[in-house]
Design a protein around this ligand. Structure first.
Ligand code: SF4
Ligand code: FES
Length: 363
C-alpha cells in the first residue's frame, strides 16, 4: 500500500507554448498547445489559489515564453494574492521596461533569465532568433536596476560547455545572485537534437573542474548550481525528487502532469484542472499515483539500497531509452539497458550535426 504523499512544494505553470525563440534544446513536447487552447486568466487564478491551499509555496511561471501572454501581470498579481512566491522563467524577449514595471507592481518576487551563450552570434544561432541576445542584456540590466533577485539559467551542451567559466563570470557581471549551469536534458525537442548537443566525456570533466574553481572564487557572492549530463553518471538523478512527491506541472491547456515529459508515457490518464480540483488530482489522480512508492518497481530497483534515494531515476527517460516506464533509468549502471546509453555516447562524432529547429507555426 502506497503511503499518502505530503503536499507539493512547487508548481510549474506552463502558461503558453508560444515563444519567439526556437532553441535547439527545448524540452517542450513535439506537439505544442495552440493559443486557442490555453487556460484563460480567471482559471489560472483559481488554480493558483487551489495550489496555495494545497500547500504549494513556490510558483514558477514558465512556457514557452510567459511574456507571450498579454495578461502576465494579472497572473503574477493573482499568484501573489494567493500568497505564492512568484518566479518568472523568461528569455527576457518581449518584456519592455514598462511591462517590467507592471510585473514589479504586481509583486513579482524573482526572475530566472535563460542565457543561450555569452556572445550574440552564438546565442542567436542556438536560440534561432536574431537580436535576442542584445534584448536579453538590456532586460537583465532593467531587472537589476529594480532590485529584483536574478538567477541566470545557462544551458550547457557541446557548443557551450567549454565557455562555462565565461558564462559564470558573465552572470556575475549581470548582477545574478545565482547561476544554474545545467547540461541539456534530453526530453521533447532536445531529444531530436541529441547528437548535436551531447557534450563529450572530456568536456564534462573539464567543466566539473571549472565549476569547482568558480565556486571557490565566487563564494559568498553568487551561488553556482551545476547539473552535469546524467549519461556520464553511474547512477540516475532523482527526477522530480520522486514522482508525485514534491512538485507538479500544469500544461498550457490545464493538463496536470507529474513531470515535464509525463505525457510521453503511454497509458497514463491525466486529469485537467478544469475537471477536478488540484487537491483531488494530486492525491487521487491516476497519473500522480502511477509511480509513487515502490510497488511499481521492477528489479534491480525493487531490492536496491538506493531506491529511496533516486526512486529508480527518471520514468520518462526509462520510456524514451528502454521503452519501459517501469524499468530502472538506463543511466544506472545496474540497468540491463545501460548499453543503450553507452552506445549513444560511443556514436558521438567529432563534427556536430546541424541543429533541427522547430517552427512555431501554431502561433
Ligand atoms: Fe536507482 Fe534502480 Fe539503479 Fe538502484 S537499480 S541505483 S534504485 S536506478
Ligand atoms: Fe518525467 Fe523524469 S522527466 S520522470
Amino acid at each position: 500500500m502506497t503511503e499518502r504523499p505530503g503536499p507539493p512544494i512547487a508548481m510549474l505553470a506552463e502558461l503558453t507554448h508560444r515563444c519567439p525563440l526556437s532553441c535547439s534544446y527545448c524540452s517542450n513536447p513535439l506537439e505544442l498547445t495552440a493559443r486557442e487552447r490555453e487556460l484563460p486568466t480567471d482559471v489560472w487564478a483559481r488554480v493558483f489559489r487551489e495550489a496555495a491551499d494545497l500547500g504549494v509555496l513556490q510558483l514558477h511561471l514558465s512556457g514557452g515564453e510567459p511574456a507571450s501572454r498579454r495578461d502576465l501581470q494579472d497572473l503574477v498579481k493573482a499568484a501573489r494574492d494567493a500568497n505564492l512566491y512568484v518566479n518568472l522563467i523568461t528569455s527576457g524577449i518581449g518584456l519592455t521596461p514598462a511591462r517590467l514595471d507592471a510585473l514589479e507592481a504586481a509583486g513579482l518576487d524573482h526572475v530566472q533569465l535563460s542565457l543561450q551563450a555569452i556572445d550574440a552570434e552564438k546565442a542567436d544561432w542556438i536560440g534561432g532568433y536574431s537580436g535576442g541576445f542584445a534584448r536579453k542584456l538590456s532586460f537583465a540590466g532593467e531587472v537589476r536596476q529594480r532590485g529584483i533577485p536574478l538567477t541566470v539559467n545557462a544551458v550547457m551542451h557541446r557548443h557551450t560547455i567549454d565557455d562555462i567559466d565565461a558564462a559564470i563570470a558573465f552572470a556575475a557581471d549581470l548582477g545574478a545572485r545565482r547561476i544554474e549551469v545545467a547540461c541539456v536534458q534530453f526530453y521533447g525537442w532536445a531529444l531530436a537534437n541529441r547528437a548535436a548537443l551531447l557534450p563529450s566525456r572530456d568536456q564534462v570533466t573539464r567543466a566539473k573542474s571549472a565549476v569547482a574553481a568558480a565556486r571557490r572564487a565566487y563564494a559568498g557572492r553568487m551561488t553556482i548550481d551545476f547539473v552535469p549530463p546524467d549519461y556520464y553518471a553511474d547512477y540516475p538523478k532523482a527526477c522530480m525528487g520522486g514522482w508525485g512527491s514534491t512538485g507538479l506541472n500544469i500544461a498550457p491547456d490545464g493538463t496536470a502532469l507529474p513531470c515535464h515529459a509525463a505525457a510521453t508515457i503511454p497509458g497514463l490518464r491525466f486529469d485537467r484542472v478544469t475537471d477536478r480540483s488540484l487537491a483531488e488530482i494530486w492525491y487521487d489522480g491516476a497519473a500522480f499515483n502511477a509511480f509513487r512508492g515502490h510497488e511499481w518497481m521492477q528489479e534491480p530497483c525493487r531490492s536496491c539500497a538506493r531506491r529511496d534515494r533516486d526512486h529508480g531515476g527518471c520514468r520518462c527517460q526509462a520510456m524514451a531509452l528502454a521503452s519501459d516506464p517501469h524499468a530502472a533509468d538506463p543511466v544506472c549502471h545496474h540497468s540491463a539497458a545501460r548499453s543503450i546509453v553507452d552506445h549513444i555516447i560511443s556514436e558521438q562524432t567529432a563534427a556536430s550535426p546541424p541543429f533541427i529547429y522547430r517552427s512555431h507555426k501554431h502561433q
